[in-house]
Design a protein around this ligand. Structure first.
Ligand code: NDP
Ligand code: TDO
Length: 291
């Protein structure tokens, strides 16, 4: 089976490329071979490859940029996934699509469940919600996996930003009033692959297509996450706690976007705590530095 993987140069796509190996022949075009803003190209690539599975890890993830370029965010995060899902249905493929905790407004105290009503606060969240809706409406066998605060040792993410700022000797001031679960890109990719092994059972997609929450266990604030990163890296750098109002940004972010993952756990999948995953990720640091 051919597996079409988009976004393989991103932090989740990079890990998926490895995790999906045992499931089929992973075809991972670069952006020049498959540009999600070119909807006609998307259609022709899927028709030519005839994949049995599409895994869409490509997205516009620059949250601040989405505020000033909402049309591009909508095209890549909403229209393109809709086209991919539509084409998946036509070639008889299933599609896995990633979404975000930022579809919620963060006012709820308890962790969000899949059936809770989304109400995004920003352009990125609105584009991702529209993407979910397009995939769900396509009629293709699908998994929409919502995750949160993804990091890894490569690419653009909060962990790399904090380590770089500390290395440069900057004082760290980090918001302490936004809560969710940091999720290692490798955890996300490995649990996705475990889920796809289960999905090989006859009738699985008909019974299980839908939205699932997939984050590491537990919750913390960005400030708590930054403190844990410094501790794991052995950097004795103080991290000052600030309120969201003290961090200048054109983007409104949810106060509590922790995701409840019980629906996936009920399928027998085991999730590490966010702290455990961070520890494992940081153990990889020496390897990545010599890559
Ligand atoms: N990062 C996070 O904190 C979170 C991410 N998610 C979701 O997880 C998924 C994966 O995110 P993540 O790996 O972090 O994202 P990254 O920003 O690390 O990677 C995005 C990928 O998408 C590709 N891409 C962007 N625009 C296009 C385009 N027009 N055509 C083709 N490819 C394109 C990028 O390619 P290139 O290298 O060429 O730019 C890159 O490979 C996304 O759906 C995201 O919304 C959900 C919650 C949290
Ligand atoms: C760099 C920095 C950020 N912050 C704040 C801003 C923000 O509230 C929080 C995280 O910063 P980021 O720039 O990583 O935020 P952001 O890009 O909003 O992160 C989000 O990305 C998208 C793709 C998602 O889907 C979300 O789950 C989430 O991970 O920390 C500080 O307080 N101090 C700092 O020095």
């Amino acid at each position: 089976m051919n597996i079409l993987l988009t976004g393989a140069s991103g932090q989740v796509g990079y890990e998926l490329r490895r995790s999906l190996q045992g499931l089929g022949n992973v075809v991972a075009p670069t952006r020049s071979g498959l540009d999600l803003s070119d909807l006609a190209q998307l259609r022709s690539v899927v028709r030519e490859l005839k994949p049995g599975l599409i895994v869409n890890a490509a997205a516009c993830t620059a949250v601040e940029r989405a505020e000033s370029e909402p049309a591009l965010a909508l095209r890549v995060n909403a229209e393109a996934p809709g086209v991919l899902a539509d084409e998946a249905r036509l070639v008889g493929a299933a599609i896995v699509h990633y979404s975000t905790d930022y579809v919620f407004d963060g006012r709820q105290q308890a962790p969000y469940r899949e059936e809770d009503t989304p109400a995004p606060l920003n352009a990125y969240g609105r584009s991702k919600l529209a993407g979910e809706q397009a995939v769900a409406a396509s009629g293709a066998a699908h998994l929409i996996l919502r995750t949160s605060w993804v990091y890894g040792l490569r690419g653009h993410n909060f962990l790399c930003t904090m380590l770089e700022r500390a290395r440069q000797g900057h004082a760290l001031r980090v918001v302490a009033d936004q809560f969710s679960a940091p999720t290692w890109s490798r955890t996300l990719a490995e649990i996705t692959a475990q889920l796809l092994v289960r999905a090989q059972a006859p009738g699985w997609w008909q019974a299980h297509s839908g939205i699932y929450h997939l984050s590491c266990d537990g919750q913390t604030s960005w400030h708590g996450f930054a403190q844990a990163i410094m501790a794991e890296a052995g950097i004795g750098c103080e991290v000052q706690a600030i309120g969201s109002a003290e961090y200048p940004s054109p983007v409104r972010r949810p106060g509590n976007s922790t995701l409840c993952c019980d629906k996936l756990k009920a399928l027998g999948l085991v999730f590490p705590s966010w702290h455990e995953a961070l520890h494992l990720c940081m153990q990889d640091r020496a390897i990545v530095e010599y890559d």
